[in-house]
Design a binder for this molecule. Sequence first.
Ligand code: ATP
Ligand code: MG
Ligand code: MG
Ligand code: MG
Length: 478
Amino acid sequence: MLTAKEIRRRYLEFFHRHQHEIVASGPIIPPNDPTLLFANSGMVQFKKLFLGEEKRSYSRATTCQKCLRVSGKHNDLENVGRTARHHTFFEMLGNFAFGDYFKREAITWAWDFVTKELELPTDKLWVTVFREDDEAAELWAEIAKLPADRIVRMGEKDNFWTMGDTGPCGPCSEIYVDQGEDMSCGPDCGIGVCDCDRFLEIWNLVFTQFDQSADGTRTPLAKPNIDTGMGLERMAAVAQGKRSNFDCDLFQDIIQFAAGLAGVKYSFSSPDTNDVDTALRVIADHSRAAAFLIAGGVLPSNENRGYVLRRLIRRALRFATLMGVNEPFMHKVARKVTEVMGDAYPELVESADFIDRAVFEEEQRFSLTLKKGLDLLDEELSSLKAQGKTLIPGDFCFKLYDTYGFPLDIVTDVAEKRGFSADAQGFEKYMQEQRQRAREHQKKGGLLGQGENGANPFKSLADGGAQSRFVGYDGLTA
Ligand code: ATP
Ligand code: MG
Ligand code: MG
Ligand code: MG
């Protein structure tokens, strides 16, 4: 079996053979970058090189980047468990050129890597190009000898990559694997037509030619760049003949461990068809994210990144209770993550005890309030039902959040199962007001982002730069 570890190694070595410098992953919290909460792709650490604002000794690089997509433009939180291919935390392999090579080389090497190194069957591979990018379409036909019907032209939504609202961006070209008709969603299934798992996007080649400013204008960069991203978990699943990322080796160790703890069985079901499997997938996903976030210096709190972490832990715990687990559990799964991934990420080993403790304390805090919150929610739903209403008011959702640390998605989750929905906009309004109050409080020198009631056992660590500052609130509560 081609392990994920082996794919990671082969990728970096392949591009190293093509004169790329092997560069370590950038931190999961991008330093000095107020536009992003988390690194969401490999290019984040190279932004300044793409913009020509920084020079290094190399003009080609290859990395395996720790990514988190739970906020802002790229938010896959709700997709976890619903699709076979999305995680919050994942590893993105990438090769980069800073004013060096361009489309021809990027396409040639990507094709060589998947067909020669990994030996994926060429007849199962499809590519997409940006609608107006004749050059890329011609290169694919020439280099990969792909028939015209397997080179699909797509619009800006899918084939124009931007990291966020600003920064380097450009048209892109993606490689897909056709996983077969039995994975399709119906007769009209196709690339760009639906979002099912039949056509699995494995690699995105971005031809970074522009810098986007806040008003949306795109200025051509002095020199075009290459920025590619290949999801390691997806590639591992494909190489291992698995239909779901969660069935590849990277996840199975964690999932089987969590299943053992919970006394349940993982049954390799299709996405979203089996509640136990969904719970195990969410738990494995969120525990990976939590371990990396804590190792990166984030602690659970009601603000900013700390709130994202809190949500992930609490959301996972909620899924654990659905499986019948009613005791602290996530810290053990997070410990397992540090064992499984410690080889590639020594920072997890260094922080293992700390991660364990931080998750455990959060579990305890949450268990104190979970039952109370669920009871209140229950009462609210009964009262709404009696009034013939189905929308849970925003102020109630906010009260649950503010007093009981109940993330909105738990409310939504419970509500949906019983035919209700939560007023997310109303909730957001109260959140905004609270943030405003928090900002004013902070200006006056108050304690913020340090956990509930300002009491945080790890405050000294947080003060040592662990809680990074952040200026935008991009869809944190969406
Ligand atoms: P999708 O359309 O499947 O959501 P994407 O187009 O948003 O993927 P890109 O932004 O192009 O993804 O990222 C580059 C690569 O990173 C993808 O081709 C995929 O292999 C991987 N990837 C992206 N998002 C995720 C995720 N949430 N979990 C795991 N891998 C991912
Ligand atoms: Mg996506
Ligand atoms: Mg895509
Ligand atoms: Mg893509």
